[in-house]
Design a protein around this ligand. Structure first.
Ligand SMILES: C[S@@+](CC[C@H](N)C(=O)[O-])C[C@H]1O[C@@H](n2cnc3c(N)ncnc32)[C@H](O)[C@@H]1O
Length: 267
């Protein structure tokens, strides 16, 4: 399998030994989420036939499948830069290439819809902050986030290195979730220093709840929608008041729902 991954881009042979510490960390983190093998959603891989980092990330993905006994037809990938050669490679590997962004007409949109309905390892190596944000927004419920292991840039680093007002405006979900996540960093690799740097396995631990974060995220959405068209209200309330009532009601329901009925979808 590795020969086929690497032959197409003529990278140096992969020493499986150097990946073992990575695999140990991912297996340990996954065991907190589920005893079953995960499905894999891989976003932002880049082009494995053009980019050495993407190539080695794919090789790692293949090795992870072997080690965790994940069937390749449970692996879905999407990146708008995939070439025909990349797609042929994924087909050889029997992996599923998502043919569209599930977001609408703009292929490069960051608003992709990738809901996590089954326990899933989400491999998003070195993606943009906004892509993580969108993934979190789409999956913003206790049930969905509890099923996801996010392997990608350490989200806490965005929080540490950006001003709060920028984070609140651009990535409110990431800002709220980062402090709740348990983060297990992959060790530095001398063989591939830039393919896995700043990469962590991150997940919502069983004792962490979204309820508190919800009301503040809801408030952000309210602020963002404040400039929207004001609908007519028979009781004479302003659009802002109506949205505020509705947003707070949803936040309250989410909060009590997640405290009382853990495991049920609240989206
Ligand atoms: C910084 S690159 C990372 C590439 C590679 N994983 C690496 O570590 O070098 C971010 C990748 O995200 C991809 N990307 C952008 N929008 C995306 C989307 N909506 N869905 C999936 N991938 C996307 C880009 O095409 C790009 O390949």
């Amino acid at each position: 399998m590795f020969t086929s991954v690497l032959a197409r881009s003529a990278q140096k042979p992969l020493s499986l030994l150097t990946l073992e510490p990575f695999l140990d960390i991912l297996k340990g983190a996954w065991s907190v989420i589920s005893p079953e093998p995960p499905a894999i959603l891989c976003l932002g891989l880049g082009s494995p036939t053009m980019s050495p980092n993407s190539n080695i990330q794919l090789a790692f993905l293949v090795e992870m499948c072997r080690d965790l006994k994940i069937e390749h037809d449970n692996v879905s990938l999407y990146d708008p830069v995939f070439t025909a050669e990349d797609t042929a490679l994924f087909e050889d590997l029997h992996m599923r290439v998502l043919t569209e962004n599930r977001a609408g007409p703009r292929a490069f949109s960051r608003n992709a819809q990738h809901p996590v309905d089954v326990p899933t390892m989400c491999l998003m190596p070195h993606c943009d902050m906004e892509l993580y944000e969108n993934f979190l927004k789409v999956n913003w419920s206790q049930e969905r986030l509890s099923k996801a292991l996010l392997v990608g840039n350490r989200l806490g680093e965005y929080v540490d290195s950006n001003p709060n007002h920028k984070l609140k405006t651009r990535v409110p979900y990431l800002l709220k979730l980062a402090p709740l996540l348990e983060c297990r960093p992959l060790p530095p690799s001398s063989a591939w220093p830039t393919a896995f740097n700043n990469t962590c396995a991150q997940f919502l631990p069983p004792n962490a709840f979204l309820a508190e974060a919800n009301s503040e995220v809801a408030q952000h959405e309210l602020n963002m929608s404040d400039a929207a068209v004001t609908p007519n209200d028979p009781k004479g309330r302003s659009g802002s008041e109506m949205r505020q009532n509705e947003t707070l009601r949803i936040a309250q329901v989410k909060g009590s729902h997640q405290n009382n009925c853990d495991g049920m979808d609240d989206t």
